[in-house]
Design a protein. Structure first.
Length: 234
């Protein structure tokens, strides 16, 4: 029997600008044993109603101003719903990451507990803004230092071991979600995706990436509105 997948999507009305393209990408996925759940953290309920009107199930959580709070509470609600159902994996998607049609079926072929596709974002490196894969490797084990995979290192089609990634296109097996909740530490400048990767490493679970799955990150196309996006990182 094909594994049953919960596609979980934290969202809010920030992402309305790319909603239809995003919906088109998940409707085009070439794997059919799925259920889709949005968790909405908008101030009002209009966005959840819009998602419902488009044929999607959307649960709403209390409004959180800070993005890290939005994401942690949204992903933990998705985790809770996942564990209550008869699912084998959860595919976590960010609401501004556009996945290729074959992304889910390709991730499943590897039979890994945690595996991600590839997408890019902007980062400040040595004083310069660069577009880099949202994927890191271990640089120094003793000092717990990581470094980015370079664009050249994620070219082509290969399976690579990684130390950390974002949650924009992340497939997680049930056995992992049974052990680990999403969290962050307010005093540390890191989001819940980094803590999730830290926690799986502590459990001896290896993270992988399929470099053939190249997703489009819509935030890159909104970089011109720098003040808006900068404010959302706090």
């Amino acid at each position: 029997m094909k594994p049953k997948i919960l596609i979980g999507i934290p969202t809010c009305d920030w992402y309305d600008y790319c909603l239809m393209e995003f919906i088109g990408s998940i409707r085009a996925l070439d794997y059919d044993n799925t259920e889709i759940l949005f968790v909405d953290n908008s101030k009002g309920d209009n966005y959840a109603k819009k998602l419902n009107s488009l044929g999607f199930k959307a649960k709403q959580i209390p409004y959180y101003e800070k993005p890290r709070d939005k994401m942690v509470h949204s992903r933990n609600l998705l985790r809770s719903e996942f564990l209550k159902g008869e699912y084998d994996y959860m595919l976590l998607l960010d609401a501004d990451v556009i996945v290729p049609p074959n992304s889910l079926s390709k991730l499943l072929t590897h039979n890994k507990k945690v595996i991600t596709g590839i997408y890019y974002s902007f980062y400040k490196i040595n004083g310069q803004t660069r577009m880099m894969p949202v994927l890191w490797m271990q640089e120094d084990e003793k000092k717990q230092l990581m470094k980015f995979f370079t664009p050249e290192e994620v070219e082509g089609s290969k399976l690579v071991e990684a130390r950390a990634c974002g949650t924009g296109c992340l497939l997680i097996h049930k056995s992992v979600l049974e052990q680990i909740q999403f969290r962050y530490k307010p005093e540390v400048d890191a989001c819940d995706d980094v803590w999730f990767c830290h926690d799986i490493k502590q459990k001896g679970i290896q993270l992988y990436a399929d470099t053939s799955i190249k997703c489009k990150h819509k935030i890159i196309h909104r970089i011109q509105n720098k003040d808006e996006w900068k404010s959302r990182k706090k």
